[in-house]
Write a new protein. Structure first.
Length: 402
């Protein structure tokens, strides 16, 4: 998987390098780049025919390969950068529909199953990483599981919409710096290098594997760091919308021997679920979608549950009551969303408090009352708390206690 990502990135870098050589590097201004896209501004006296022939010549090298680089160019006829960019995007879409067709078999590319087995030698910035996922999983807190984390910035097109050229370059550069330098530095500061493996990171997204406890911690720390980033960006570019710049994420927890490609598919589904809710700015984990503040709140509830069980003598059955009691929390919550709820069933949640230790009654009572209030608020269309954070907290606590 890492090799596949590197393959895509190498095509992008190869195209950029070829264009720089053709136009002379001094005449090429990089406006935007990530591992699969770039936008450049070129100062040149070459005509359209020369440019088109050059692009076709080196594109022909990719005709028999699975991935083909699409390249478009337009003349800059106005100082209004957003108009030029819109024209360029339209031209690129048209170019994609005009790709030359090759009827010969594809050539093999340097990617095979052997390239994506767990023979990982390097981690963050080439530093030493555990040689396989079993080792990484064994260093997890609690249950020895792995997790995948995929993050993508929300509403990126709206962020770049109607920007001046200077603003466009500034947003592009600061995003790139965040997902390159600042992210790597955060991982180093947290001393996670041996436990986190980067599939890719750059510009507006990232994809990591690691032991589950480090992945959860990284997700929260990265979200907090991004809040600082977007505040600073709004100071640099006051014309940015007042709405919060955010990112969404998907997290999937599995055993260390789970098939990697299936893992990637599952984390894509989780990220898609986060991107599908109103205003995005969410994380999906254990099949539940939470706002980031709710995810952080679920961590606090999970720690409460762990403390009650590890330090105050409560049974692990407390977690099972939240996860899989005969009340059916998921069904109850879904009914609430649909406007159908059996109020007596909600209050029967209190029935599950009957076996708790007397000294813990108050803490557990508060916990369950908040949960029942969340379900009723959902039913009454005055949703103030997402009931999903309680099952997430229970699963989180369960992982910590194993």
């Amino acid at each position: 998987m890492k090799k596949r990502t590197d393959y895509v990135q190498n095509i992008t870098l190869h195209c950029l390098k070829k264009l720089q050589e053709f136009f002379n590097p001094q005449n090429v201004i990089e406006l935007y780049s990530d591992y699969e896209n770039f936008v450049i501004e070129v100062i040149t006296d070459k005509n359209d025919h020369e440019i088109t022939n050059f692009i076709k010549t080196f594109q022909n090298n990719y005709l028999k390969q699975p991935l083909f680089p699409h390249i478009a160019f337009v003349e800059k006829k106005t100082e209004k950068f957003n108009i030029t960019l819109s024209t360029l995007n339209t031209k690129l879409q048209k170019t994609k529909l005009q790709r030359s067709v090759c009827f010969e078999p594809f050539e093999s590319v340097p990617i095979s199953l052997q390239d994506v087995v767990l023979n990982i030698k390097t981690g963050i910035n080439g530093e030493s990483c555990c040689s396989d996922f079993d080792q990484i999983a064994q260093n997890s807190e609690g249950d020895k599981k792995m997790a995948a984390l995929k993050i993508d910035v929300d509403n990126l097109a709206a962020l770049f919409h109607n920007r001046t050229e200077d603003e466009y370059k500034k947003i592009s550069k600061t995003l790139k710096d965040f997902f390159d330098e600042k992210l790597w530095q955060l991982i180093k500061d947290l001393k996670m290098q041996p436990q986190i493996f980067c599939v890719y990171s750059g510009c507006d997204r990232c994809f990591f594997f690691g032991n589950w406890s480090k992945i959860f911690e990284l997700a929260i720390k990265l979200r907090q760091k991004f809040e600082d980033y977007q505040r600073n960006l709004k100071i640099q570019i006051p014309s940015l919308p007042n709405a919060e710049l955010s990112f969404s994420a998907g997290i999937v927890i599995t055993s260390s021997d789970f098939p990697l490609f299936q893992w990637a598919e599952e984390v894509d589904k989780a990220l898609y679920a986060s991107k599908s809710v109103a205003n995005k700015n969410s994380v999906t984990v254990f099949g539940k979608t939470l706002l980031w503040r709710e995810f952080i709140q679920s961590q606090k509830i999970a720690n409460q549950l762990v403390d009650l069980i590890s330090n105050k003598g409560e049974s692990k059955s407390l977690i099972n009551r939240i996860k899989s009691s005969d009340v059916g929390f998921d069904e109850l919550q879904q009914n609430a969303y649909e406007g159908k709820i059996n109020i007596p069933k909600v209050w029967r949640l209190k029935y599950y408090l009957r076996n708790v230790k007397k000294e813990n009654e108050e803490a557990i009572k508060t916990l369950f009352e908040e949960y029942t209030k969340a379900i009723i608020d959902t039913f009454m269309k005055r949703k103030t708390t997402n009931p999903n954070l309680y099952p997430v907290a229970a699963r989180w606590a369960e992982l910590l206690l194993r």
